[in-house]
Design a protein around this ligand. Sequence first.
Ligand code: PEP
Ligand code: MN
Length: 275
Amino acid sequence: MLLTLNAQERFKLASRSFKKSSTIIDLGEIKIGDGSLTMMAGPCSVETEEQVYEAAEAVASQGVKIFRGGAFKPRTSPYDFQGLGEVGLRYLSQAAKAHNMLCISEVIDTKDVELVANYVDILQIGARNMQNFSLLKAVGNLRKPVLLKRGMQATYSDFLMAAEYILMGGNREVMLCERGIRTFEAYTRNTLDLSAVPVLQELSHLPVIVDPSHAVGIRRFVPPLAYAAVAAGADGLLVEVHPEPDKALCDGQESLTPSEFAKMSAQCLRLREVA
Ligand code: PEP
Ligand code: MN
C-alpha cells in the first residue's frame, strides 16, 4: 500500500473507504465513470470563431460529446497568448451546442468562476492551480462538475487532498485528471504516470481521466499513450485536437490533426471493448 491508513483517512470524502461505489457524473446522455470511455477533445485554446467551429466539427464527427477549449490560459510566459476570455467561452459553447456537444473550459481565477460556470458544463482546474485553495473552495460551492488536473509535482495524497477541498464545499461531481508529472526526463514535456489510474481508482471513488497530450507534449506519442491509458482502465481521455496544429497559438506540437484524432479515437473505443 502506497499510502498509510492515516493519509487515507485524511482525504475522507474522496476516499473509497468513505464511499464504496464509484462516482458516476451524470451529464444526461454521457455518464462519466460508468465503465464507458468518455472522450473530451478540442483545441488547447479558443483562437478564432472559425478555428473553434472547425475543431468542433472534426471531433463531433468522431462521436465526441464533450468539447474542450481554453479561454483563460495559464501560460508560463506572460508574453504568450493568454486566451480570448469571455468571447472565447461564447465561441466554445456555441460551437459545442451547434454540434450537440457539452463543453469544458479552464478557470484560473476565483473572480471568473461564475462567468465560466455560466458558459460551460464542466469546469477545469489546471495543473498549475491544483493547490490554489481559494479557487478549489470557489468551485466547491458550485453544483457543476469539475475536472481537477494533477499538479506536476503533486503526490496522490496531495492530489486527493485538493479534490477534498472541492468535495468539502458540497460539490460531489469531481473528476481526477492525470496529465503527466515532472521527472528527470526532459525529452518529453512531462512523464505520464499511468500508475495513477489504478492507484487512484483504488484509493478513491472519483472517475479518473487521462490527458496524454500535456503528458507527453509530442503529437506522435499521444496515440500510444492514449491506448495505454484505456488499457489501464481510465474513465476518459482529454485530448488536444486542432484543425491546423502547426498554426496553433498554443500547444500545436502536441495537438492531433482531425484525421489523426479520428484514427486514434476509433482505436481507443475498440480497446475499451477488450480492456
Ligand atoms: C489545458 O488542459 O489546457 C492545460 C493548461 O493543461 P494543464 O493544466 O494540465 O497544463
Ligand atoms: Mn494545452
